[in-house]
Design a protein around this ligand. Sequence first.
Ligand SMILES: [Zn+2]
Length: 251
Amino acid sequence: MITFTALLIFIVGINIGSFLNAIIWRLHTKEGFLRGRSYCPKCKTSIRARDLVPLLSYALLRGRCRDCQKHIDWQYPLVELITGVLFVITYLKFSLSEEFIVYAIYVSFLIVVFVFDLRHYLILDRVMLPAGIVALFGSLILGVGFFNILIGIIIGGGFFFLQYVLSRGKWIGGGDIRLGLVMGLMLGWEKLLAALFVSYLIGSVAGISLVLWKQKKWQSRLPFGVFLTTATFVTLVWGEVLINWYLDLVG
Ligand SMILES: [Zn+2]
């Protein structure tokens, strides 16, 4: 049953999503974070406050800028909606707990990494560095355990560093190594292993589907951060289920 609290969390989520869109834009254009209001990228007109309501404004404007009538990028409503939905899923799993708050912050970082890697094939240090610091404190607050985190970052960083060295940077980028470290910090080593497994599963399915639909050639590089961040979310929420399922299977 969808409760009033869940609805409230959805509304908070879509507003955070709107904020994440602004961050993604400013990371892309390298504009400062503190100055200036949001503007239409096509006609440069400042966006009125009433046109900044998440989801609702996009629907009322029928996806077009009020001034130049050009299409608003689908990324805007989609990121708002997805942030809202992921916040609600996290809430339904963890209710209003410390886990929920820490994971909601992780989710926000993961969404920025996901969208930026999907659109620009880049995982930025300007995102990964704060994400790493937040993840270290988050995991310590949640009692993940220092040793668990340490093994997590050794496996997470090492796994991608090895591939980076073996392929001389062809399979994956340096950003993937840093994302691997952050995943280790967020998840600890057991859930990290589950996340790596899930990410390869998603990546293979996506890769094969794209080739079959002739969108990509076998040689094309896929933005692997997209699969890693998706798998990290799946594992944050359902990691224990996955690990128990695996242990039942082998034991
Ligand atoms: Zn415009």
